[in-house]
Write a new protein. Structure first.
Length: 208
């Protein structure tokens, strides 16, 4: 995500806080403020709203790799390029991923494994040896302070990483199959994306 997009989100957060303050002031002037509503209540409300918005994750790219599984070309490995909307800590140890193909639902947990993507090919990185269909890991692209690899935290809008996971064999995607992926951070907005497997013209593909 570019700086313009990040600055726009930051401006939106500030605007919401200003609106909350304005609404509170208007309520006081008109005498409509409840006696049960105090300044700490307003502060907490504003803090919760900012937290919900700012910890949203942005998915920039969605890729998969086809493999021959029992004589059928199916996508087994998936990589989603993510970054935070604004500079805020997102703790990966508290992140869960739900995958749903309409018949089965699985929850993937963070396996504690992260590494820099280079110099290995994305889908051939040694990190994949620790990904087993029930967990996920991270391959970092941009992480100036090594927060992802050292502290399992993405903390700046310039941070970029691929969250990588393998689909269980019974959920691997043949051409035209769909799967819904939901990212659940410990706080903030759940990110949902639906992946549809394209024609396997090449082994590495971008989802439709």
């Amino acid at each position: 995500m570019n700086n313009w997009g990040s600055n726009s989100i930051s401006a939106m957060v500030i605007l919401i806080v200003v609106m909350l303050v304005a609404i509170t002031a208007a309520s006081v002037i008109t005498g409509e403020t409840s006696s049960a509503t105090t300044d700490p209540d307003i502060d907490q409300m504003a803090s919760e709203i900012i937290d919900q918005i700012s910890t949203n994750l942005w998915i920039d790219e969605e890729m998969g790799k086809y493999y021959d599984i029992s004589g059928v070309q199916k996508i087994e490995k998936i990589a989603l390029k993510i970054s935070p909307l604004v500079s805020v800590d997102v703790d990966f140890t508290q992140l869960n991923i739900q995958i749903n193909n309409g018949e089965s639902v699985r929850i993937l947990s963070y396996c504690g494994n992260s590494a820099k993507w280079s110099p290995h090919p994305l889908f051939e990185h040694p990190l994949w040896n620790n990904i087993n269909g029930s967990n996920f890991g991270f391959l970092t692209i941009s992480d100036s302070d090594n927060s992802i690899t050292d502290f399992n935290t993405i903390n700046d809008y310039s941070d970029n990483a691929y969250v990588v996971f393998k689909l269980p064999t019974d959920m691997a995607l043949a051409k035209g199959d769909k799967i819904t992926v939901m990212l659940f951070p410990s706080t903030g907005i759940t990110k949902t994306t639906t992946l549809k497997a394209p024609m396997p013209m090449t082994s590495v593909v971008s989802f439709e």
